[in-house]
Design a protein around this ligand. Structure first.
Ligand SMILES: [Zn+2]
Ligand SMILES: [Zn+2]
Ligand SMILES: [Zn+2]
Length: 121
């Protein structure tokens, strides 16, 4: 089997719970420890559950290209492709911390993201 470099193995910390209907997995952000719970996974083995659950959960997690941990959207600096431990979201102009999803620095008002095409009004 060939390794796919574009999509690294999803190796976030996880907990498996067996339920009547199948398995339910909880994956944890390695910065804040908050969990993402998958829908019930109807399958026979924990290994299969991990594969199915991982496909779902990886949409909610991001891998830091610095420390290579899996972190939630909240703790991922998408501009740098790193977790907020490695690369805190800070304003490029004044250095103030910038909250997740903010377009403008709350201190100096500098735009925090590359302007997108649909921004012209
Ligand atoms: Zn987190
Ligand atoms: Zn990191
Ligand atoms: Zn600023």
């Amino acid at each position: 089997m060939r390794m796919d470099r574009e999509s690294p193995m999803f190796t976030a910390k996880c907990r498996t719970v067996r339920e009547d209907a199948g398995f339910r997995l909880t994956f944890f952000c390695e910065v804040c420890g908050s969990g993402y719970v998958t829908p019930p996974l109807i399958c026979g083995t924990p290994k299969e559950a991990l594969r199915l659950g991982g496909q779902d959960a990886r949409l909610h997690f991001n891998r830091c290209c610095g420390c290579r941990r899996w972190v939630c959207d909240e703790h991922f600096n998408e501009n740098q492709m790193m977790c907020t431990d490695c690369m805190p979201r800070i304003c490029a102009r004044c250095g103030a911390p910038v909250p997740k999803g903010a377009d403008l620095c709350t201190v100096c008002g500098a735009p925090q993201f590359e302007a997108e095409k649909d921004e012209e009004r």
